[in-house]
Design a protein around this ligand. Structure first.
Ligand SMILES: N[C@@H](CCC(=O)N[C@@H](CS)C(=O)NCC(=O)O)C(=O)O
Length: 355
């Protein structure tokens, strides 16, 4: 077959990955920063734009999604969900991988990724949609993120509709008057631990970022920089977290090597502190939620940090736990032992008790 002329088929432009999302979405920020760090070329396409609508549609009603070229170079397949998207890129792009090559450390990275995606997102949603200044700021600017030419009047209508919709969904992530103190205390503790950990080393698992860094980063763009209530707490507890979040946006110039990961035989004590935090809040929630989903219960009822936690079951988060358990089960016994040793006494053990 001869070369395709531009008017005959796919062009070089088509062949780039298309990252479709909005800058105001924490998961979009996670994936965009990960692509930059990995030096994977991409075109950023605003969700809902003319350009996005010309591409294959997303499999799930979520942003971000990634559109991959097919054999002829034209945009062909759309993938949703940042964790499997990052997995796909691990397989197709060998340089600057996010997931550590030591299988035991890889499991820890996956755990931190899920903590960022599934717990810090609770902090994000909670502060944004339950504190008036945060709700006002987010709902005032978010409508324009997708429709830049809206009139101010349309913008205000959209603002009200958006705020109403998000506030009505606040219970989905588990924010309510019973859980609010647990969420808020966890945000403060996370910042304290982060502050000490990042003083020791620049990324969660050493001198190069993993998927866990980008997951936490995505939520922190909103929690540490955009939303006034959690950002004020962050500035008091960990000004370093602000600098770190700004830095992670583009670490394409960082040179890395295999030796930049921590050695699991001698992890820094602050990593253990972080895993204790994961075990204190995320682990009991994930286990309680999975039990409720399996039983078809209409409420998750568990205890987190000695306090009651109630919310409706979250089917997607039960799937996250299944993925994590599958990764743990796939480990060689010697690697599993090293993971168990690190997690012993952190509260994370129940995550894998039935794996
Ligand atoms: N697990 C998904 C979560 C993506 C997600 O929740 N995206 C939000 C925006 S940040 C969304 O699209 N929500 C649907 C909506 O707002 O209608 C991922 O990692 O990509």
């Amino acid at each position: 077959m001869g070369m395709l002329r531009p008017d005959e088929g796919a062009t070089e432009d088509d062949a780039a990955l298309k990252l479709v999302g909005v800058g105001a979405s924490p998961y979009t920020r996670k994936l965009r920063a990960a692509l930059r760090y990995r030096r994977v070329p991409y075109h950023f396409v605003v969700a809902g734009s003319v350009e996005a609508n010309a591409l294959p549609d997303r499999p799930l009603p979520l942003v971000p999604y990634l559109v991959l070229p097919g054999a002829d170079g034209a945009p062909a397949t759309a993938m949703s969900d940042t964790t499997p998207i990052l997995d796909h890129l691990e397989r197709t792009v060998p340089e600057r991988r996010l997931r550590p090559s030591d299988p035991a450390l890889r499991l820890i990275d996956l755990l931190l990724e899920d903590y960022g995606d599934e717990w810090l997102s609770k902090c994000m949603f909670h502060y944004r949609w339950s504190y008036a200044p945060d709700t006002r700021k987010a709902s005032a600017y978010l409508p324009y993120a997708r429709a830049m030419q809206m009139t101010r009047e349309e913008g205000r209508d959209a603002e009200n509709a958006f705020a109403r919709r998000q506030i009505s969904r606040i219970g989905v992530v588990g924010s309510n008057p019973i859980t609010a103190p647990v969420i808020e205390e966890s945000w403060r503790r996370y910042l304290e631990i982060f502050e000490a950990h990042i003083q020791n080393q620049p990324y969660l698992l050493g001198h190069r970022p993993g998927a866990g860094d980008f997951a936490c980063y995505g939520q922190m763009t909103m929690l540490v920089i955009t939303d006034p209530t959690p950002a004020q707490i962050a500035l008091e507890v960990s000004p370093r977290a602000y600098a770190w979040t700004e830095r992670l946006e583009d670490v394409s110039g960082l040179e890395v090597s295999e030796g930049d990961w921590i050695d699991l035989a001698s992890p820094p004590s602050t990593l253990r502190d972080l895993l204790c935090e994961v075990g204190r809040v995320y682990a009991p929630f994930m286990v309680g939620n999975a039990v409720a989903v399996a039983r078809g219960a209409d409420q998750v009822a568990c205890e987190i940090d000695g306090k009651p936690w109630v919310q409706e079951p979250f089917v997607y988060q039960a799937k996250c736990l299944r993925w994590l358990r599958a990764a743990y089960s796939a480990l060689e016994p010697s690697d599993r032992r090293r993971v168990d040793q690190l997690l012993e006494g952190t509260g994370c053990e129940p995550l894998f008790a039935q794996a």
